[in-house]
Design a protein around this ligand. Sequence first.
Ligand SMILES: Cc1ncc(COP(=O)(O)O)c(C=O)c1O
Length: 420
Amino acid sequence: MFKIKQPDKNPLGNSPLDIESLASPSARSIGKGSSTDAGRSWTLPTNHPDPIVLAGGIPDTETLPVTDLRETINNVLDNEAGEALRYGGWLGFDGLRSAIALRQSKLEKLSLTEDNFILHNGSSGSLDNICQAFIEPDDIVVVEGPSYSGTVRTIRGYMANVIEAPLDEEGLSVKALLKIIHDAKLGNKRVKLLYTIPDFHNPTGVTMTLQRRQQLAEICNNNHILIVEDRAYTELYFKQNSPQSIYDITNGYGTIQIGSFSKTIATGIRVGWIMADPEYIEVLERVRFDMGNSPLLHRALAQYLTSGKLDSHLSKMRPLYDEKCAVLCKSLMDYCHPYVTFTPPEGGFFLWVECLGASSQQLVNAASEEGLQFPTGATFFKDGYNTDQNHIRLAFSNCNIDQLSQVGLRLRDAFHRIVD
Ligand SMILES: Cc1ncc(COP(=O)(O)O)c(C=O)c1O
């Protein structure tokens, strides 16, 4: 249980407020979360003069599309300032919703319209809205184990009973899901929701096979489980698109998809979306109480999309991330071969590495001395270190090629500090 620190001085002389008793059950049951969960940059203390940080899932800083974004924002301010600088409503700017609908329709070969979209503060804001609309305390929610700690934290914040289903190289284990459903029934409960990251998974990099998607869709359909499909990394494939989405397989029946410009453009944009059947959108609207997000950014992004700038940006980013991943893998193979095993991902930002002969926590500490910083795999499990002690997650997206080529050497020296 997380304890809230109480103030010890009240200038008006009364006894201090008992903040703990005022806090909601959600605030009482959950701690503040890690830097990764909060979207803050993450570093460990180190004396190394030139640390290499493989921590956050953020796009390459050097190639952020600053010029194009500046141009579109200026354009909006020059031509539509009145509209752009007033409240825009909680569904978001119609022009951006249509532009996303058009783009997603092409990408997924679907017929979507703006009525299928509600815009949010990234995919995290989207998930928050979904939880608010569909989760009650103690509802069973299945997530991949491991999964992205930030989104799982959101689900836990709604006091759901989060149960992890392990992943294998084909994605979330169907056998594990069936067992969770079976056990829930035995306890007179049901699984309410499944949250999955099928493409270039965070943190493991695994892409769910088509067959696995079809099986999951069928199981969830049979058991009335709502699927939330997080597509944060989908467009960042290296060579080949990922298989058909679960949304497409189910034709949106029982599936809600979330997407974001955080990984494709910049995390600071804070614009993402929920894509769902209008009947779901209507329920989501009922519990949206803010006044929507920035109409200025929505309008600028609409121009950025419709002018084709996002597509040309992505066509440059894919080979760059592919190369970064390959350089990191080669560096690990060259220097750390006996100490690590991993499967290179086919897209996304992360390499999930199993460490042999040293625990992940030992390695994180020793690597920090060598000027190499990354989180333990334990960060991405509900029970952390109790569940996993031998994985680390290396984010290659925001390091340059030269840094990535040095990772193997530094990691080998870190292993030597422990093993030799
Ligand atoms: C799988 C996944 N979903 C959602 C998010 C949060 O993204 P956003 O910036 O769109 O809120 C992240 C960020 O790392 C992520 O990895």
